[in-house]
Design a protein around this ligand. Structure first.
Ligand code: NDP
Length: 304
């Protein structure tokens, strides 16, 4: 088993003959919190398993995943930049992975590799756990990449009043609005797309939103997708600003705080999507034994 990337962080299934082995694959991956999250779930649910990290080189995902499963690996989580490669690798896609257009969880069932996507469900559970009322809410979703697409289905299923997708480039936001038009109609949601620039224009009728989700990657480079004018139009003190990036207070979060809104980073989403993956792998009935909110609280404490 030496065909895995050389940047393998103690993950080769052969090295753990008595344990079920799982891993997260990404690039970079050294700072991933997924191993510690899954270790805590395993302790809570009294499961014997090992969860490691694999840094795959770009273009190598399929080779790495194939080697991992061939060596007896039980499941993989997938993070940036491999979620589309994982979708292509899966032999069967769950309906929500199909809808999300990306895979963040792989597992073997009846000798086939299944691909699922737990990101959107994780986001919604974190929002609900933080007391957000999504039914009937007016929601602004910033970004139209993989994370935004994964969030669309679970958000629409909560039947908000309105969901506006705003992206830097209009084509991607329009595509998402079109793709999810049917689901929006079924759930009675007014769905529309916009550019980020249009959020600056009061004539476009964008009044403040109850929930603004930043699903852009702008926070990673220290930027906000919103101009000051757009932030003035969008946030009021009763708004809730959710940043998918975690572990730092981003420019987007600062804009919301300056206008009196409540904010959250995406650490809870990370923990909740991991909880779903854990239950897919280890059995849904362990739901009663794991406590994602206590895992999140400990993680926050250790980050402080
Ligand atoms: P993608 O590369 O698929 O999409 C990136 C999106 O961000 C696009 O809509 C892009 O717009 C937009 N964007 C990038 N830079 C800027 C900028 N400077 N200003 C405005 N818009 C910008 O990435 P993902 O969708 O996979 O991930 C998005 C973010 O979500 C990442 O930061 C990621 O870390 C986070 N994430 C967090 C998770 C969690 O568990 N907390 C889970 C998944 C993702 P355009 O189309 O115009 O290029």
């Amino acid at each position: 088993m030496n065909s895995l990337s050389i940047n393998d962080f103690h993950t080769m299934p052969n090295d753990f003959p008595d344990l079920d082995v799982y891993a997260v694959v990404g690039n970079p991956i050294a700072h991933s919190k997924s191993p510690v999250i899954h270790q805590r779930f395993a302790e809570q649910a009294k499961q014997k398993m090992h969860y490691g990290r694999i840094q795959a080189e770009l273009g190598d995902f399929a080779k790495v995943a194939k080697s991992f499963f061939a060596a007896g690996g039980m499941g993989l989580n997938i993070t940036i930049p491999f979620k589309l490669d994982a979708q292509a690798f899966a032999e069967v896609l769950t309906p929500r992975a199909q809808l999300a257009g990306a895979v963040n969880t792989l597992y073997r069932q009846n000798s086939q590799i299944f691909g699922d996507n737990t990101d959107g469900a994780g986001l919604v559970r974190d929002l609900l756990a933080q007391g957000l009322q999504l039914r009937g809410a007016r929601i602004l979703l910033l970004g139209a990449g993989g994370a935004a697409r994964g969030a669309m289905g679970p958000l629409l299923e909560q039947s908000p009043k309105q969901l506006i997708i705003a992206n830097r480039s209009s084509a991607k936001a329009n595509d998402l609005a079109q793709l999810f038009g049917g689901l929006a109609k079924t759930n009675g949601v007014e769905l529309a797309s916009s550019t980020l620039n249009e959020l600056e224009d009061p004539k476009k009728g964008h009044t403040p939103f109850e929930l603004v989700i930043n699903a852009t990657a702008a926070g990673l480079s220290g930027e906000s997708p919103l101009s000051a004018q757009a932030a003035d139009n969008i946030f009021i003190p009763s708004s809730f600003a959710y940043e998918m990036v975690y572990g730092k207070s981003t420019a987007f979060m600062q804009q919301a705080l300056q206008r009196g809104a409540r904010v959250s980073d995406g650490l809870g989403m990370l923990v909740e999507q991991a909880a779903d993956a854990f239950l897919i792998w280890r059995g849904a009935k362990l739901n009663l034994m794991i406590d994602p909110r206590s895992v999140l609280a400990k993680l926050r404490h250790s980050c402080d």
